[in-house]
Design a protein around this ligand. Structure first.
Ligand SMILES: Cc1ncc(COP(=O)(O)O)c(C=O)c1O
Length: 343
């Protein structure tokens, strides 16, 4: 680690590697709003193939990719069902209502995973009192669930419910490649039952900017227009797409290293008196007596992590975290006063 501090707040904090920066500098570009940036087109084609969909659209962020899916698939007045901790409900600034006039119907699941039966129950009362449910969403991996990987049968079961009721399903795959590496199942299989899937390049994959929305070509035409309406049409964005292409080529398999380090971190934290659930991917949620206090104390010694509830810290491993950083992070936790441990 060359940085003065260790940053485990999120896997979004990575900086482009020298090789990625070279790929960006050398990218062939055009004007993507006019439809002629060859590097963006290549990224969209590669992503569509990887995700098993007809087409893909490059977006500035994962939030925009999710919101374009909601906007393209639903009409004002509709309801969207998702697990209660899901990103579009909690962390997208109220966009489903603000942008599209949608109601989110949040349903508590288990570690971010929404049981199909619970989603099916949302259709039980369908009279004029209720906003009609027209979309089901899943998040794989589930961020607030602890970076959990949806069992394949649960993904398929949720899609089957959508199918039974004649509605669509969208997959928030911000960290889908973490799920792919952890499960050994390819992205196109995991996303198979979903009409649309989003994928972030700027999280574990290490690109500085960018996400994708993949789905049917006609639907993405509409999403492309909505992207323009939101100010998300980008010009010589091939420079960013080049980073994404590099990430997809070089930074997917290595996610297993992040997962292995997360496990070492979690085991070390538990051993040091901070109860920590075994992580499935790169996210570690650990219990402390006072999260704000622990976060400040750790920050003072050069370890950044995120207080996500009064008694919970989140630590995320990523491309810029090596074994030495994990060792140093564990040393920082061990040095906390006894009172920092939950009672
Ligand atoms: C599960 C999930 N979906 C979507 C997003 C949104 O991504 P962005 O920050 O690029 O808007 C995030 C961001 O952390 C996320 O964790």
């Amino acid at each position: 680690m060359t940085a003065a501090f260790i940053d485990l707040r999120s896997d979004t904090v990575t900086r482009p590697t020298p090789a990625m920066r070279r790929a960006m500098a050398e990218a062939e570009v055009g004007d993507d709003v006019l439809g002629d940036d060859p590097t963006v087109q290549r990224l969209e084609a590669v992503a569509a193939e990887r995700l098993g969909k007809e087409a893909a659209l490059f977006t500035p962020s994962g939030t925009m990719a999710n919101q374009l899916a909601l906007g393209a698939l639903c009409r004002a007045g509709d309801a969207v069902v998702m697990e209660a901790g899901a990103h579009p409900f909690n962390y997208e600034a109220g966009a489903p209502a603000l942008l599209w006039g949608l109601t989110v119907r949040p349903i508590p699941g288990l570690r971010g995973i929404l049981p199909a039966e619970a989603a099916a129950a949302a259709f039980q009362r369908e009279d004029d009192h209720f906003a009609p449910v027209t979309l089901l969403c899943a998040e794989d991996t589930a961020n607030r669930g602890g970076g959990t990987v949806w069992p394949l049968e649960r993904l398929d079961a949720l899609c089957a419910v959508a199918h039974q009721h004649g509605v669509f399903a969208h997959l928030d795959g911000a960290r889908l490649m973490n799920a792919v590496v952890a499960s050994g199942l390819p992205a196109d299989r995991r996303a198979a039952g979903f009409v649309t899937v989003s994928l972030c390049l700027s999280k574990g994959l290490g690109a500085p900017v960018g996400s994708l929305l993949a789905g049917p070509r006609d639907l993405l035409k509409r999403a492309r227009r909505l992207r323009k309406a939101l100010g998300g049409g980008m010009r010589q964005s091939g420079i960013l797409a080049a980073a994404g292409l590099y990430a997809l080529e070089h930074h997917v398999d290595r996610l297993s290293e992040d997962h292995a380090r997360a496990l070492i971190l979690a085991e070390g934290l538990s051993a040091a008196g901070f109860p920590t659930r075994r992580p499935e991917t790169n996210m570690v949620y650990t219990s402390v007596a006072d999260a704000e206090d622990a976060q400040a104390r750790l920050s003072a010694v050069g370890l950044r992590c995120l207080a996500v509830s009064p008694t919970e810290l989140r630590l995320v491993t990523h491309l810029d975290v090596d074994d030495a950083a994990i060792k140093a992070a564990l040393a920082a936790f061990s040095a906390l006063p006894d009172g920092a441990r939950p009672g």
